[in-house]
Design a protein around this ligand. Structure first.
Ligand code: AMP
Length: 113
């Protein structure tokens, strides 16, 4: 499976502003933030995209969402935030390692672009 920039961050081959880590996941600040708070939560397991998950990933996916909640709380996003998983070409995904965006600290608009 192709190595990605996020695999390199997990291995500490390249630096990142890490805000949370456990055995299953890593959370770090997006290098090109689209909101005052923009954090990515990623599984350590190499899963290219949401469509590649299987029933084997049931517990992992639940874990990731609960960590999204925890990381958002710790970032002080008391007034709400947006959670995004860009998936595949039409979804605008640019890094082929599953990641969950947490965006907050400003009023989000709808529909997204
Ligand atoms: P997506 O477009 O959903 O695939 O999101 C990929 C995200 O990864 C973008 O928001 C990028 O700004 C972010 N990104 C790319 N390289 C890095 C990096 N080295 N450190 C932190 N965030 C990154």
């Amino acid at each position: 499976m192709a190595d990605t920039i996020f695999s390199k961050i997990i291995r500490r081959d390249i630096p990142a502003d890490i805000v949370y880590e456990d055995d299953l996941c890593l959370a770090f600040r997006d290098i090109a933030p689209q909101a005052p708070v923009h954090i990515l939560v990623i599984p350590k397991k190499t899963i290219p995209k949401l469509t590649d998950t299987t029933s084997e990933d049931h517990a992992l996916m639940g874990h990731l969402l609960l960590k999204v909640k925890q990381v958002a709380e710790e970032a002080g996003l008391d007034n709400g935030y947006r959670v995004v998983i860009n998936t595949g070409e039409d979804g605008g995904q640019t890094v082929d390692h599953l990641h969950i965006h947490i965006l907050g600290g400003r009023q989000m608009q709808w529909p997204p672009g």
